[in-house]
Design a protein around this ligand. Structure first.
Ligand SMILES: Nc1ncnc2c1ncn2[C@@H]1O[C@H](COP(=O)(O)OP(=O)(O)OP(=O)(O)O)[C@@H](O)[C@H]1O
Length: 260
């Protein structure tokens, strides 16, 4: 089976940070797998996803996405961009634009440069965007401006935009944090189901172990920038989860230390 994400000995510190956000992380995620990243606030989940998306630089180690190595100092080539879809924790939508326009933005990397520049989608692009809206249960919101939507509705728009991109790898940073439990389950089912139906790989960060169990085949626990466990979902036990979320306290000049 081919590999979607290969990470070897990855370390990274944010500019000005005293301690690294990630330290000596190695993992391999085969194509088609749905994987959840669990970990307490500040563990390094967002940092890891942003690195995999080619948005942070100056890291050490090796990262390979869909068979192509990332450059630690430069963004990925434009041609590779559409293959990775990202659902942001803060949505990253164009607030004053209509929902449909936002979802069509997911198609930009699939359009010819001229069409993308003119903002002129083909019939096919429109069809895909409307299907993504319908799949996310928000077809009726197509013409509403994003700044008139609730947090949960925005989250659906962000997911629809990602699906419209037709990515081979879906990275999602707490993609359902603004939804009630029933809707959260529905949307994660949609996101992971859509990825699986297309043979795509999904890696999503979550604070909700129960949702991770339901929608991931494998669960990776991150704590203080290091991998605490990496197990098939069926093997995740309560003790490992409790240990992952055990309180940490900052030690001046040293970083984070687990409270015993
Ligand atoms: N832009 C930044 N500059 C400096 N330090 C940062 C920056 N972004 C994150 N960090 C630090 O990097 C570490 C990892 O943060 P990260 O946001 O990746 O954690 P997380 O697991 O995604 O947390 P959460 O669940 O709260 O989103 C934390 O110590 C955080 O304070």
């Amino acid at each position: 089976m081919s590999t979607a994400i290969q990470i070897d000995d990855l370390s990274f510190a944010h500019t000005g940070a005293d301690v690294p956000a990630l330290e000596r992380v190695s993992l391999n995620i085969p194509t088609g797998e749905s994987v959840a990243l669990l970990g307490p606030s500040g563990a390094g989940k967002t940092t890891l996803l942003a690195l995999l998306d080619g948005r942070l630089f100056g890291w050490c180690g090796q990262i390979s996405i869909l068979g192509a190595p990332l450059d630690p100092d430069h963004p990925p080539m434009c041609a590779r961009r559409p293959d990775t879809g990202f659902v942001f924790q803060e949505f990253a939508l164009v607030e004053r634009s209509a929902v449909l326009r936002n979802v069509l933005n997911g198609r930009l990397g699939r359009m010819s440069p001229l069409r993308a520049l003119m903002g002129s989608p083909t019939k096919h692009d429109l069809e895909i965007a409307r299907t993504a809206l319908a799949d996310c249960g928000i077809a009726d919101l197509a013409n509403r401006r994003v700044d008139s939507l609730s947090g949960g509705q925005r989250q659906r728009v962000a997911i629809a935009r990602c699906l419209a991109q037709e990515p081979r790898l879906v990275l999602a940073d707490e993609p359902v944090s603004n939804l009630d439990p029933a809707r959260a389950g529905e949307i994660l089912a949609l996101l992971t189901g859509a990825a699986q139906a297309r043979g795509a790989t999904a890696l999503f960060a979550s604070h909700q172990p129960d949702l991770a169990r339901r929608f991931a085949q494998r669960i990776i626990g991150i704590r203080c920038g290091r991998i605490a466990f990496d197990v098939p979902t069926s093997e995740l036990n309560e003790d490992a989860t409790a240990e992952l979320y055990r309180e940490v306290e900052p030690i001046p000049g040293i970083g984070l230390r687990a409270v015993s």
